[in-house]
Each structure stands twice: as C-alpha cells, then as structure tokens.
Design a protein around this ligand. Structure first.
Ligand code: UDP
Length: 262
C-alpha cells in the first residue's frame, strides 16, 4: 500500500471512530416553550436575570449541536389576561392583548441575552411591531432556522382567548418540529397532583396524549395537547433548572415526562 493510500485509510478509520464517539441526536428540529412563570424564577414578578442567562446558555448548547430551534415565550410573569381582566374590571379580550404584548418584552430580553452569548436570533411577533421585531411569517421563520438562527415567537397567536401553550403547539406544527419541549421551573415533569401542594403526588415518566387530557393533568392546555396529538408531535415536560436537561432529551435520554402516542 502506498503512503497516500495508507493516509486515506487512516482518515477513514478516524472518521468512523469519531462518528461512533459522537452521540446520535434524536430530535433535530424542536420548539421550546418557556412560560413567563419560569422566567420569573423565585421572584414574584418580572424576569430573573439569572434564569434568563441559564436558559440562554442551554439554547446556545443546543444550537452548537446543530439542532434547529424555535422558542415560544409566555407572559404570565407580567400579565395574564384571565386574572387581570377580573382584577382591573375589563374585558378579557382587552386584557389578553396586554398579555400578548407582555410576551414580547420577555422575547426581547431573551434575544438581547442570546445575542451577547453569540447566538443568532430573530424575534417574530404575531402582532406587528416592526420597530423591534419581524412580523410572523412562517416561511421566513423556517428559512431563518435553516440558517441556524433561533426564532423567538412573540405575541402568542395574535388572538385573545388563546394561550402561549397553544401557540407553542401551533408553531411546532407550522415549523414541522419533531418535538415540543415544555420547560418548567423546579418541576421535574407531569405529576398526578400539584407536587408543590401534595407531597404524595406521583411523577409520570410516560403518558399518552389521551391520558393527559382524560386525567385533566393541567400541565398544559387541552387544546395544545390535542394539536400535538393531531400532528403527531411528542412533548417532553421537564425541569430546565437541571443543567443540560435539554441536551439529554435531544440525545434521547429519558428526562421529565414524555407525552406521545400509544
Ligand atoms: N395570550 C393571548 N393569546 C395568545 C397567547 C397569549 O391572549 O395566543 C395572552 C393571555 O392573556 C395570556 C397572556 O397572553 O394570559 C400570557 O400568556 P400565557 O398566560 O400563556 O403565558 P405563560 O403562562 O406561559 O407565562
């Protein structure tokens, strides 16, 4: 064998060894839902910078793995339509628009921090705000993702009486995501009862869409679960407080609660 043939053979062996060592990524395009409550951390209101930095760090790790990611951010840390319409004595629809605009504030903070971390992002909003964000255009969003940019979807669906959980399921279906990641703050997954109230609550490792709906597990809206069911998008509910949880999930490890078909 000539020296060049020997070198080529060595390269092939090295490449196949590198492939064996590199773990296989199970989900290559995902939608991450971060609730406003999660962004709040231990504070009673607003955004905890430590929490946003840790989320940004997780997102950075995922993008460096080559995984395409869309993010839907909630707004409950600032304004929730149902509660605040009652408090203020206003129509829920009016309050819901405030709630949707609140989500955009969260999106812009996340974008600012991701930018500093060197992650390319675009914010797209369902309510036009062209000084600060692009309007939501599905094909443009998928194009950004193909280029490795993280697209952060703000202002929910743009319609009152919906939630950002439903938005997450909707955008996941629209971008053909292979998985919906529901990030929770200090909750390991889906439980039989609220684990913060009932210490006997049992954590589920795996559930079907129908079980979540029938048991009325309240971890996310029924409409969001139905949308995922109809579009065959699995959901993982997990605690993002544990570093590298997202990475583990993307590599197929069992983390949190998996929701899928039979
Ligand atoms: N909202 C809405 N339509 C949507 C998404 C959100 O009207 O498509 C409003 C609604 O008032 C909601 C608020 O925005 O209470 C914040 O969203 P959400 O409560 O889902 O945020 P999270 O609970 O995830 O923080």
């Amino acid at each position: 064998m000539s020296r060049s043939e020997q070198l080529a053979k060595n390269n092939l062996v090295q490449e196949s060894m590198a492939k064996k060592l590199k773990p296989e990524i199970k989900y290559k395009k995902v939608l991450l839902k971060i609730s406003g409550e999660a962004l709040m951390g231990d504070k009673g209101y607003g955004i905890d910078p430590v929490v946003v930095h840790s989320i940004a760090n997780e997102i950075k790790i995922v993008t460096e793995m080559g995984v395409k990611m869309g993010v839907v951010v909630g707004g409950g840390n600032i304004f929730r339509g149902v509660q605040q319409s009652a408090n203020f004595g206003m129509d829920q629809a009016d309050a819901d628009y405030v709630g949707m605009i609140a989500t955009v504030m969260n999106c812009l903070v996340l974008q600012g921090i991701l930018k500093k971390a060197g992650v390319q992002t675009r914010v797209q909003t369902a309510i036009a705000m062209d000084r600060v964000a692009e309007p939501y255009i599905r094909l443009r969003a998928t194009r950004h993702m193909e280029k490795g940019r993280v697209v952060i979807f703000g202002a929910g669906t743009g319609n009152p009486f919906f939630s950002t959980d439903t938005t997450a399921a909707l955008r996941a279906a629209e971008i053909n995501a292979e998985l919906l990641l529901m990030a929770k703050n200090k909750i390991e997954g889906i439980y039989s009862e609220d684990p913060k109230i009932d210490s006997n609550a049992i954590k589920y490792d795996r559930l079907t869409y129908d079980q979540v709906i029938q048991k009325d597990l309240k971890v996310m809206d029924t409409s969001a679960v139905s949308l995922c069911k109809n579009n065959k998008i699995p959901i993982v509910v997990f605690n993002f407080d544990n570093p590298r949880n997202i990475e583990k999930i993307l590599l197929g490890e069992s983390v949190g609660t998996f929701v899928g078909g039979e």
